[in-house]
Design a protein around this ligand. Structure first.
Ligand SMILES: Cc1cc2nc3c(=O)[nH]c(=O)nc-3n(C[C@H](O)[C@H](O)[C@H](O)COP(=O)(O)O)c2cc1C
Length: 445
């Protein structure tokens, strides 16, 4: 989860309990990501990975992050938001590839691809494209022998099929997506005869024992959760957000205009209850579609934007935004100087990006503008936890939550097997009550 919401504390708690967490590097400055690497590498040893989000509008950022990961010996990344794969991603995967004494191909770096479309899953489960390998050889990053080895391995041995989830999502139902990606995996494994098997995990919508059991029964090799982790004590966000999340019901989510790829009309799934963000963000997109400059927007609407959204005159926000872009990506600022519509888009994107910072800081004065990424699984978890100790945000530690999902899924799978043999299972027995960490410790010694 971006902006360090998936914090090193969250990754550490899960890692020490034998699970796998990922540091949420998206949206973080490189120095912050490096500090996170320091924390992970200096503490007790545990498995964890780092997120690498595709940044088509800022390719230099992706390159710099991969440089950092390679320099600091990060060995596992979760690659997300890709449509086409990129050179930095392939560089990460193939760096250090070699044949060992037994003649097997050894690849030090692993990629878990997160997808919601078959064509993207195909790219992850296939060997790296030739054009990337040639480029890496010509840059001296790979030897021709290494490129030969790289053409025999998949970019990712693990792909997570992500259904309707918090944040960026295609809103695909997991029950449809997962079997499709599993079937694709089998076809590609047959086509390429990889020595190591390919795995498909499931994410999006999983926050109850029932959902976890369903994913495993459908053939998922592992499950991924996001929204419910954000509600846990270890998540890198404020207590106010965790309280809002604890009150969410399944229908309390909405799609709202995203800060990245705003102009393309991309949307993210967010928490609707308790905020006006969805309505405000979508209004900004409407104005962007309808008008060629801020000045073209009718005066009374402009006044509302300056009073309620920006809380400052448009030109004042533009001043700060321009300076930001002159440092980070000068071409954007220069284009906005020439093109008033682009200037309006950058100011609107200022609001959309600040709105995901206010909840992290717990800025009460901006509560109505909180942009909290969240999927319907959050409401499903709250419904399941109702009346138990897990109703309280302070009691939601990531390991207790995850162990409940896993132990509950195992119990449900056994009960289902009984049902399949014609044994009537009382609904009371099928209900998986939330258990404390101590109660669960007998399963997870
Ligand atoms: C607050 C938040 C931030 C997220 N940020 C990212 C991200 O930066 N990169 C990414 O790959 N997925 C991100 N996701 C998606 C999660 O990693 C996960 O795949 C998803 O939340 C699973 O679905 P669920 O929300 O139903 O549990 C984010 C999700 C949330 C809720």
């Amino acid at each position: 989860m971006a902006n360090g919401i998936s914090s090193t504390q969250l990754a550490e708690a899960l890692g020490l309990a034998g699970m796998l967490g990922f540091y949420g590097a998206a949206g973080q400055p490189l120095e912050e990501v490096e500090k996170a690497i320091d924390r992970v590498q200096s503490g007790p040893a545990f498995s964890c990975g780092f997120n690498l989000i595709n940044s088509p509008s800022e390719p230099a950022l992706e390159t710099a992050l991969v440089d950092l990961y390679l320099r600091r010996g990060v060995r596992l990344i979760e690659a997300s938001a890709y449509i086409n794969l990129t050179l930095p991603l392939i560089r990460f995967r193939t760096a250090g590839i070699r044949r060992n004494a037994a003649g097997e191909i050894e690849v030090p770096n692993r990629v878990i691809g997160k997808v919601s479309r078959t064509e993207v899953a195909t790219r992850f489960f296939s060997p790296p494209e030739d054009k990337f390998l040639k480029e890496l050889v010509s840059r001296g990053e790979l030897t021709p022998d290494q490129a030969g080895l790289a053409s025999k391995i998949p970019v990712a041995e693990d792909v997570t099929a992500e259904g309707d989830s918090g944040g960026h999502t295609d809103n695909r139902p997991l029950v449809n997506l997962l079997p499709t990606i599993i079937a694709l995996r089998d076809r590609l494994q047959e086509r390429h005869s990889y020595s190591a098997g390919l795995r498909v995990g499931a994410g999006g919508g999983i926050a109850t024992p029932e959902a976890a059991a369903a994913a495993f029964m459908m053939g998922a090799a592992y499950i991924v959760t996001g929204s419910v982790n954000q509600a846990c004590v270890e998540a890198g966000t404020s207590g106010i957000v965790k309280k809002l999340l604890a009150a969410a019901e399944q229908a309390d989510v909405a799609m709202a205009a995203a800060a990245d790829m705003f102009e393309m009309g991309v949307k993210v799934q967010i928490l609707k209850r308790g905020t006006m963000f969805a309505m405000r963000a979508n209004k900004l997109y409407e104005y962007y579609r309808a008008y060629n400059s801020f000045g073209e927007i009718p005066a009374e609407m402009r006044a509302v934007l300056e009073r309620d959204y920006f809380r400052a005159p448009f030109e004042e926000i533009w001043g700060g935004t321009r300076e930001f872009f002159l440092r980070r990506d000068p071409a954007q600022a220069e284009r906005a100087d020439r093109d008033p519509r682009h200037k309006m888009a950058l100011v609107f994107r200022w609001y959309l990006s600040q709105s995901s910072r206010w909840p992290l800081a717990g800025d009460e004065s901006r509560k109505l503008d909180y942009q909290v990424w969240c999927g319907p699984s959050m409401g499903a978890f709250n419904e399941w936890a109702k009346g138990s100790f897990l109703e309280q945000p302070e009691a939601r530690d990531a390991v207790t939550v995850a162990h409940n999902l896993l132990a509950g899924a195992a119990a449900l799978t056994r009960l289902h097997a009984l049902r399949c043999q014609g044994i009537a299972v009382a609904p009371r027995l099928a209900r998986q009550e939330p258990q404390t960490r101590e109660q669960l410790s007998r399963f997870f010694a």
